[in-house]
Design a protein. Structure first.
Length: 222
């Protein structure tokens, strides 16, 4: 079942692959400062779902931060590939994003998150990027697997220092959980990337920073 309202319009794709494919389409400009958006996905036991988006999500300025809640649940023996396009923080914006993932035993997950700080014309005009405060919480079989938060952009302490973005304009991560890591092994880390082993024999987190969105996508395997 698909249901959407406001700026988020989920659409079924006619791809002939083994998994159902849903595309998130932005039906209006969002998120604007002050907006509160939410996406909920429930993959039932034994099912397979691929979620993508038709375009990047651009966070725009407004009266206060925008809030975006993502709730992903993957049942026993099910598979979710969460592969949307980038989140772009435009000048003057602040997006607070919280993604909660609940995995049943035997569930498989491929989760990609890409963040771009500033639009091209923001940088061309010498303007600063927006701010992205992002938290990712993952539970597997009732136990906490990962809980991390990043806060990047003007107003966040040390966000552009040598231990954080170090002058790069993009950051992202690829989380693989489950037998066979869903679609194959994690890509090998390159310069600006680190591969971490999470609790369990089949869970890894690849994090990367890069000068642009194309380089980031390559660092995350594609």
């Amino acid at each position: 079942m698909l249901a959407g309202a406001g700026p988020l319009a989920p659409r079924r794709s006619r791809d002939a692959g083994p998994a159902a494919h849903v595309v998130l389409v932005g039906s209006m400009a969002a998120p604007l400062g002050g907006d509160r958006l939410a996406v909920t996905v429930d993959v039932q036991a034994g099912a397979a779902l691929l979620v993508t988006s038709a375009a990047a999500t651009i966070s725009l300025p407004g009266p206060g931060p925008a809030h975006y809640e993502v709730e992903l649940t993957v049942g026993e023996g099910a598979r979710l590939d969460w592969l949307p396009e980038q989140v772009v923080a435009a000048t003057g914006s602040h997006l607070v994003l919280h993604t909660r993932i609940t995995l049943a035993p035997g569930a498989r997950l491929r989760y990609r998150e890409e963040q771009v700080f500033g639009r091209h014309h923001d940088w061309a005009r010498g303007r600063p990027p927006g701010r992205l405060t992002s938290r990712l919480t993952v539970r597997r079989g009732g136990r906490l697997l990962l809980d991390q938060q990043t806060d990047l952009g003007p107003g966040a302490p040390g966000w552009d220092g040598p231990a954080v973005l170090a002058g790069h304009r993009t950051a992202g991560q690829l989380l693989l959980v489950g037998p066979g890591s869903v679609s194959g092994p994690a890509p090998a880390p390159t310069d600006g990337a680190a591969l971490l082993a999470l609790p369990g024999a089949d869970a890894t987190l690849l994090t990367a920073v890069a000068p642009d969105a194309l380089a980031l996508r390559r660092a995350l395997g594609g």
